[in-house]
Design a protein around this ligand. Structure first.
Ligand SMILES: Cc1ncc(C[n+]2csc(CCOP(=O)(O)OP(=O)(O)O)c2C)c(N)n1
Ligand SMILES: [Mg+2]
Length: 740
């Protein structure tokens, strides 16, 4: 029996038949009352807001009730209790189901930063009555960090279920890392409700196959098989056998033929609790807008208020008073009695266990405290080197980053991650001490305490899974080629919305990739990442900037970062000649200037183009130009600096500016202005040796010098130039076609 089953008392759920006969009637009545209360709250709130999704909360209320009332290890008084079971409403549009549950269950508000519980409800009746309004704790879709009790932001279909896999991984990892004999500190279960849309999205399959492969027996997905999506019957868009698919993925697949059958749901979830090898998938047949006389089983019930008349008629069918926002005391008492009765005892026992753990395992307990509070160990940089010596040949930033990652990870034991099958290229494998691979112990290939994850070629799920791990206090990193960051955009965006300090590592960052050609040469990705509010995109130029970047990002608590690294070697800049790389922390800094005072020309560059900038700098300086060269490892960070610093680096008086980056211009406009020029990419790249491409595509001293002369003469290239380049590129393509 696995650790997570030891605390579960299934006997209370399966009393003798004699007992059941004597108590069931009242219990069934009260069960129904809670379920109907949740349904009616959803109908009322959506009606009042005149927008929202009533149908699915009405159908899935019994399912949520079975999980929360009968199984969830959750103390409403302590919604941030670290070993609580996680509940994810993946179909975020059904948010009113979760809001109603949190309200009726009496879940307290809590401060995400301090972890303190507050003496008020996470969701008040006022919040429910102002569903979907700006100040309400009940926004359209559940938002992590905005409302206590919401474990992750959901709404983009597939995001919730894939994130839940990360939560299940985190539970396994924490258990394998911190549990000791007699101290089962961790071992929570994760439940996720999934809609048809969740399961049609590719990321759902990516995540499910990995969960089955990793044998995450602590994960339970419950599918709302209502055969309805927005366009109508699911048969318009799908005809596969989803249950069979999950059997093939290695899940234990169960079926409950009626979403209203709380007892059958209870039996199915009890089977999940006993499962020791596989994740569990429960197919629940349901009727959207159950009970609504004209709306049940219609796609309009997905996202349209039912209307007052339909609501009254539905309440009559439920046997519910025709009153809005009614929450009877007996409903509250029945739900809280079960949930809080169990959860409170489990949580307080856990607190006691943790105090004893502190005495017996002070070292581990201290680390755990830091992990749970989102801090890094004080001596996190004990393994970091002081810096890298100047070296004209240098090394690729993916190489220097690999060294730094391995240094930092030794000081931060919960920094863990992996790659979508590109670890040998991205160089993100942790290789010190006895660091293991994250694999099920029975595989013989690693353990659940492993810190090298193998995500397989599943970039989208990799991103979601990292978000899930981060939501549980771990510090995950994920790597692939920059060009494939597009496959992970949704979870990167969610990491920024949720303010999670995930570390997204992207190598092979430009046409420097060479022969692999345009499919593998990122052009627009840098600007696209920079456009995500709250995400910091770093493109360091040499080994010392890489080191400073790691020093900066490891201390971040609320910001995700994209780390963009070169495949090809770049020189390690001589810091006795140029400014210290400590400037990385300010996003941009002056590397050097020829002549004093206001410069006549400012060059700016990132990553592999910084060495080209410095070479051009020398040429221009020899010509007598008063030129300043600025390294811009993180544009967003620079734009957050005080105005004086920005002015120091880029004085307003010098408008002759050239930015150099082997990528599109989009994010540079604010720094180069109308009078500047960008030496970058206008088209996609080409297949050929990297050096040749740099020549052909204009990353040469001559090209940058020419741009410098143009801007100094106040004759920067206009958009007409870009359009001409694009036309030439297209005609080259058609010429290729002709010659075939
Ligand atoms: C990635 C993504 N694509 C599209 C949508 C818009 N959308 C919201 S719900 C939905 C489908 C609704 O069907 P289902 O998932 O079965 O939910 P149900 O109506 O049964 O609750 C769609 C397409 C979305 N939220 N996320
Ligand atoms: Mg559906």
């Amino acid at each position: 029996m696995s650790e997570r089953h030891q605390n579960v008392n299934l006997d209370t759920l399966f009393r003798s038949a004699k007992d059941r006969k004597t108590i069931d009637r009242e219990r069934v009545r009260l069960d129904e009352q809670v379920v109907n209360c949740l349904r009616c709250l959803a109908m009322d709130a959506v009606q009042k807001a005149n927008s929202g999704h009533p149908g699915t909360p009405m159908a899935m209320a019994p399912v949520a009730y079975a999980v929360w009332a009968r199984f969830l290890r959750y103390d409403p008084e302590a919604p941030l209790w670290p070993n609580r079971d996680r509940f994810v409403l993946s179909m975020g549009h059904a948010s009113m189901l979760l809001y109603g549950m949190l309200h009726v269950a009496g879940v307290k508000d809590a401060d995400r930063e301090t972890g303190e519980t507050k003496d008020c409800l996470a969701i008040t009746m006022e919040d429910i009555k102002s569903f979907r309004q700006t100040a309400s704790k009940c926004p359209g879709h559940p938002e992590y960090g905005w409302t206590a009790g919401i474990e992750t932001t959901t709404g983009p279909l597939g995001a919730g279920i894939s994130t839940s896999v990360g939560m299940a991984i985190a539970s396994k990892w924490l258990a394998a890392t911190f549990n000791k004999p007699r101290f089962q500190l961790f071992g929570w279960d994760t439940y996720a409700l999934a809609s048809d849309g969740d399961l049609q999205e590719g990321v759902g399959s990516e995540a499910a196959t990995l969960a089955g492969h990793l044998k995450l027996d602590n994960l339970c997905w419950i599918w709302d098989n209502n055969q309805i999506t927005i366009e109508g019957n699911t048969a318009w868009g799908t005809s596969e056998d989803i249950a069979t698919r999950f059997i093939a993925y290695g899940w234990n697949v169960l079926r409950v033929g009626d979403a209203n059958d709380v007892e059958a749901l209870t039996r199915a979830i009890a089977v999940f609790k006993r499962e020791t090898q596989r994740p569990t998938f429960i197919v629940v047949d349901s009727h959207i807008a159950w009970g609504a006389p004209t709306q049940q089983d219609t796609f309009t019930a997905h996202g349209t208020p039912l209307g007052d008349a339909e609501i009254s008629a539905t309440k009559a069918i439920y046997g519910w008073p025709d009153e809005s926002f009614l929450v009877p005391d007996e409903v509250v008492a029945h739900l809280r009695g079960q949930l809080a009765g169990r959860g409170h005892a489990e949580r307080t026992e856990w607190e006691e266990l943790r105090s004893k753990y502190k005495e017996e395992y002070p070292k581990e307990a201290k680390l755990l405290e830091q992990l749970l509070s989102g801090n890094t160990p004080e001596d996190w940089d004990a393994y970091c080197c002081q810096g890298f010596p100047a070296d004209a040949k240098g090394l690729a930033t993916r190489q220097s980053s690999s060294k730094c990652l391995n240094m930092v990870a030794q000081g931060v034991p919960w920094l863990l991650g992996g790659s979508a099958d590109l670890a040998p290229s991205c160089l993100t494998t942790l290789k010190f001490g006895d660091v293991d691979d994250f694999m099920p112990p029975m595989s013989g290939w690693g353990s659940y305490a492993g810190r090298n994850l193998h995500f397989g070629i599943r970039e989208h799920a990799m991103g979601s899974i990292c978000n899930g791990m981060c939501l549980c206090g771990l510090r995950p990193f994920a790597s692939t080629f920059l060009v494939f960051s597009d496959y992970m955009k949704p979870p990167i965006r969610l990491s920024a919305i949720m303010e999670l300090p995930c570390i997204w590592i992207f190598t092979h960052d430009s046409i420097g990739v060479g022969e692999d050609g345009p499919t593998h040469q990122p052009v627009e990705q840098l600007s696209s990442l920079r456009s995500i509010p709250g995400l910091l995109t770093f493109r360091p130029s040499d080994a010392n900037e890489v080191l400073e970047m790691w020093r900066y990002i490891i201390l971040l608590k609320e910001e995700p970062v994209a780390v963009v690294l070169s495949r090809q070697a770049v020189p390690t800049i001589d810091r006795t000649k140029y400014a210290s790389a400590a400037g990385v922390g300010r996003g941009a800094y002056v590397l050097c200037q020829s002549g004093d005072g206001l410069p006549e020309l400012i060059l700016m560059a990132t990553g592999s183009e910084v060495s080209l900038m410095l070479e051009t700098h020398d040429v221009l300086a020899k010509e007598g130009v008063k030129v300043r060269s600025v390294s811009v490892p993180c544009l967003e960070l620079f734009l957050r600096q005080p105005q004086e610093y920005q002015e120091d680096v880029l004085p307003r008086g010098c408008r002759a500016r050239v930015s150099i980056e082997a990528a599109v211009k989009a994010s540079w406009g604010s720094l180069i202005g109308l009078d500047g020029e960008h030496v970058g990419m206008i088209t996609f790249g080409l297949s050929g040796p990297a050096k040749k491409l740099q020549q052909e595509l204009g990353f040469t001293i001559q090209a940058v010098t020419a741009a410098a002369h143009r801007v100094m003469a106040n004759e920067p290239r206009t958009v007409a130039h870009e359009s001409a380049v694009m036309t030439a590129f297209k005609s080259r393509k058609s010429m290729r076609k002709d010659s075939n």
